[in-house]
Design a binder for this molecule. Structure first.
Ligand code: NAD
Ligand code: UDP
Length: 310
């Protein structure tokens, strides 16, 4: 009998790539998604895949997927404009939705992996960020609907591990991009690439000196897959440690697209972290993992996808 996995948020950017990987590894996959930020097009290529089934549902309502060996909990809005639009839903999926997913893992003795985030570190006072850093998060600012939902979900996951014996894993994902990143969901890579391809000015928020560290999707999925098979229960950062200012990111996008777009400056969103860079020592030693794809290579690998969205 092949192993069976449940993927929540399967119609999203990362969920659809993870589903592809699990099917390629020989698993049967049940994907669930409520299409709040994902879309069926991300799974269209699996329409005739016998080992894939899909259910449209909100994971905040309890459900029974039948016996599973793995639960991958990726359901949650992830882009700042989307989680601000879906503020209450984001808090619910991080709390109720995650609890429902953990209960499924407990019922069937399945391993559980939760997609957490570098946002747990908030606007970090320690740089780069190791997993041992507890973060600097505004608990009542606009971003708190996402940051605190994710921090609560980590706490919930650890409690189900400690008190219910679930085999849990926590991945702290740093900014990831690639094909299927929604062209209009407002994240910096999709915004910049679409603007560059359309010949529109690139919208730099603030003075562009804030930093991010961008991971290509295939590197991220490899890290998640290795973590799911590991015995590690404490959080593990998965991200690319090469740090870019947002201005350097704009420069890379202009170079790779060959665009002559200009830059236009817009206000920095409240509590936008000033810097972000993963310390990936734990991923290296525990999982033998490190990213392989540079930002410029990853952008080149994403261009066909973004071109098709114009
Ligand atoms: P995405 O928006 O493309 O995917 C999220 C998916 O979850 C969507 O398909 C959405 O419809 C679904 N969803 C949301 N609420 C749901 C609910 N209540 N019930 C069922 N489905 C629901 O975002 P993504 O970039 O693929 O992110 C996937 C996960 O990874 C998220 O949990 C996100 O917080 C985390 N993450 C992503 C990044 C990144 O850079 N992409 C960074 C850190 C963490
Ligand atoms: N950003 C920007 N222009 C855009 C979109 C985002 O300058 O069109 C900035 C944003 O202010 C942040 C960084 O790029 O400093 C990354 O933003 P994103 O929304 O991709 O993810 P975050 O890391 O903030 O969750």
């Amino acid at each position: 009998m092949p192993k069976r996995a449940l993927v929540t948020g399967a119609a999203g950017f990362l969920g659809s790539h993870l589903t592809d990987r699990l099917i390629a590894e020989g698993l049967d996959v049940l994907g669930v998604d409520n299409f709040s930020t994902g879309n069926p097009g991300n799974l269209a290529h699996l329409a005739s895949e016998p080992r894939f089934t899909f259910e449209q549902r909100d994971i905040c309502e309890a459900f029974d997927p039948g016996a599973v060996d793995f639960v991958f909990n990726l359901a949650s809005p992830a882009s700042p404009p989307e989680y601000l639009r879906l503020a209450l839903e984001t808090l619910s999926v991080g709390s109720k939705g995650t609890e429902n997913a953990l209960a499924i893992a407990h019922r069937y003795g399945a391993s559980f992996l939760h997609a957490s985030t570098s946002e747990c570190y908030g606007d970090p006072l320690v740089h780069p960020q190791p997993e041992s850093y507890w973060g600097n998060v505004n608990p009542v600012g606009p971003r708190s609907v996402y940051d605190e939902a994710k921090r609560f979900a980590e706490s919930l996951t650890m409690a189900w591990h400690r008190y219910r014996g679930v085999n849990t894993h926590l991945v702290r994902i740093f900014n990831t991009y690639g094909p299927r990143l929604h062209p209009s969901d407002g994240r910096v890579i999709s915004n910049f690439v679409m603007q560059a391809l359309r010949g529109e000015p690139l919208t730099v928020y603030g003075d562009g000196s804030q930093t991010r560290s961008f991971c290509f999707v295939s590197d991220l999925i490899e890290g998640i897959f290795r973590l799911a098979l590991s015995k590690e229960h404490m959080p593990v950062n998965i991200g690319n440690p090469t740090e870019f200012t947002i201005l350097e990111c704009a420069e890379a996008v202009l170079e790779v697209t060959g665009s002559s777009s200009t830059l236009v400056y817009a206000p920095l969103p409240q509590d936008d972290p000033t810097r972000r860079q993963p310390d990936i020592e734990r991923a290296r030693t525990l999982l033998g993992w490190e990213p392989k794809i540079s930002l410029r290579e990853g952008l080149r690998l994403s261009l066909d996808f973004f071109r098709s969205g114009i």
